[in-house]
Design a protein around this ligand. Structure first.
Ligand code: PMP
Length: 362
């Protein structure tokens, strides 16, 4: 038995994987694999439409927002959103809370004018928190005339997450939710755009979900290549280019499972309980474990922590491996340990890790 705490591509529901295996061999009785079907055939079109409908239902996406399934993953969106939404003469605000948020900014400045409105980097170069919404008051730190404000809702590497989102005074908020979409209830109507590469909570890598206001699509630049325009993909129901058909089909099974177990409310309740148990076990032994994320910013998805020395970290990781737990090594830039407890990591798996944390070195 493998207990998968990987930061992504991450664990997926076993039932979804079993259905994906059926799809791969004989897709819905067609005698062909799902990866041998035309993406323009009715069988696949239905699958993709269902995946999009499930996202709309699970996330309560308002009708004024379009849902696109694109390729190119989250980094692709760093560039694509700026190409579409950062018109000449306009400026965009970026809130930098970690490596990914910074990478999004770095792409934007290649396309147009962007500003780092806030950066929570600490003197030692690390990131331990996200801003309090009040720190980002419109007219104070944020530019009321900005084309959009970009933030990263969950900082996968540092284990920090926005518990509440700022009031931007009407400036559209664009959020990279790659590592927490579908993990908790969000009010989609408050965002101009949300995007998430699928490989954490939604399904396999290769597809990125983009949820954006139709009004933003209408206002987006038209003088960029056709393939990079959101309008193109909206017009073609995300079938303009050949989608990652197997990834989308598998994502549909993950979303069906999400609905079957009670939707986002049920998923969030379990995620909160998993995080409560894990942080509880770490906090119970402060002489052994240090959690760098500040209390108000702690992530429900990624939990990095350190033992007193790098040798202790290595011993902990070796013991975890012996117990069948994988994917626990910290990000290469961070070292230490990082437990990613996305949606499909079970409470039982977290309990096994909690046991190790509680008993280690005793
Ligand atoms: N944003 C966040 C928050 C991430 O965690 C990651 C990947 N771990 C990315 C962006 C980059 O995703 P991709 O590799 O799909 O481009």
């Amino acid at each position: 038995m493998t207990l998968n705490f990987s930061a992504g591509p991450a664990a997926l529901p076993k039932v979804a994987l079993a259905r994906a295996r059926e799809d791969l061999v004989d897709f819905e009785g067609t005698g062909r694999s799902v990866i041998e079907q035309s993406h323009r055939g009715p069988a696949y079109e239905r699958v993709q439409a269902q995946a999009i409908a499930l996202l709309r239902e699970l996330l309560a996406v308002p009708q004024g927002h379009e849902i696109l399934l694109l390729g190119g993953s989250a980094r692709g969106q760093f560039a694509m959103l700026a190409m579409n939404l950062l018109a000449p003469g306009a400026s965009a605000d970026y809130v930098v809370t970690g490596t990914w948020a910074r990478a999004a900014y770095d792409e934007a400045v290649l396309v147009g004018r962007a500003r780092i409105a806030a950066d929570t980097r600490e003197a030692d170069g690390s990131y331990r928190r996200v801003p309090e919404p009040a720190e980002l008051a419109p007219d104070g730190v944020l530019d009321r005339a900005a084309a959009y404000v970009h933030l990263c809702s969950n900082n996968t590497i540092y284990g920090t997450q926005w518990a509440a989102f700022p009031d931007t005074g009407g400036v559209p908020v664009i959020a990279d939710m790659t590592s927490d979409l579908l993990s908790r209830a969000i009010d989609v109507s408050r965002f101009g755009m949300i995007y998430a590469a699928a490989q954490k909570n939604l399904g396999p890598a290769g597809v990125v979900a983009v949820i954006l206001q139709k009004e933003l699509i209408a206002r987006a630049r038209r003088d960029i290549p056709t393939v990079w325009r959101y309008a193109t993909h909206a017009q073609h129901a995300s079938l303009y280019y050949t989608p990652a058909t197997f990834a989308v089909a598998t994502m549909r099974h993950v979303l069906e499972h999400a609905r079957a177990i009670g939707g986002v409310a049920a998923i969030e309740a379990t995620n909160r309980e998993k995080a409560r148990r894990l942080y509880g076990a770490l906090d119970a032994r402060p002489e052994l474990y240090r959690v760098p994320a500040r209390p108000g910013s702690r992530s429900l998805m990624n939990v990095p922590f350190y033992l007193p020395t790098a040798e202790d970290d290595a011993r902990f990781l070796a013991e975890a491996t012996r117990r069948g737990m994988i994917g626990l090594a910290g990000h290469r830039s961070m070292g230490g340990v990082r437990a990613s407890i996305y949606n499909w990591v079970s409470l039982d798996d977290v309990d096994a890790l909690v046991d190790l944390i509680a008993g280690f070195g005793r």
